[in-house]
Design a protein around this ligand. Sequence first.
Ligand code: PLP
Length: 271
Amino acid sequence: MEQTNNKAVVWTIAGSDCSGGAGIQADTKTIHNLGAEVCSVITAVTAQNSFGVEAINPMPEDVILSQIKALEQVKPASVIKIGLLANNQQVELVAAQITRFNQEWTTKPYIIYDPVAVASNGGDLTEDDILPTIKERLLPLVDLITPNGKELQKLTGVFAFSWDCLTTAAQKILALGVTATIIKGGHIKIADNKSIDFCTNGQHSYWLSSNRINTENSHGTGCTFASALAALIAQGYALKDAFVIAKAYINQGLDKVKSHQHCQDAIWQGA
Ligand code: PLP
């Protein structure tokens, strides 16, 4: 495990959300809150709020690469969490850099990918159809992918409305080359009034069932969940334990979030 000031280092490679609820801002707050050191590589500067996304503004590849190079010299990561990649070139670049880290770094970083296909507030965050490049170039390098129901359907073609569909989709995701997946249950309705999150690496499977929290204020929950997993795994938690803690972390925000707040607001107010 790479250490700086005795803390495990996590990088988040993601877009910024000026409203503070998702993206780099949510990742930074979460990873810091859960005890790891956080560094960021910004892929896009979005303009948005809880009503929708106004602008995306992808960063050019050289800007992304220069952030990676600067960080790498002093703070190599034990876990890298990837969120918004705005176009094919960004996917290619990040995949090439991870391939290089795997060859050059003393310890191969653990890669978590939150496949941000569509923002929870409804705005499309990607410029073009990047799925083929993601499948071909990025997924074989990923240790853990955390799709929601919509992203699951885009990746596998399976709409999860039953346990059978869910487990079939999970097998299809693993067949794309990732080591493990946690499929988030927020948008998947396979049990009345329950949200079921499903984690598997093909050999061991776990699921968590909690009472469904009906809220429209789920913006940023995907970023927060994946970042919580990143912080915990970086500090040595096994995936199944990180899964439980990350789920509890999200729920204590979702339980309290109010209209036009972000889940992040509720987590930090403890209100
Ligand atoms: N990344 C960025 C920069 C975003 O703006 C968003 C949502 O707006 C997301 C990721 C995905 O957010 P969520 O956690 O709601 O899936």
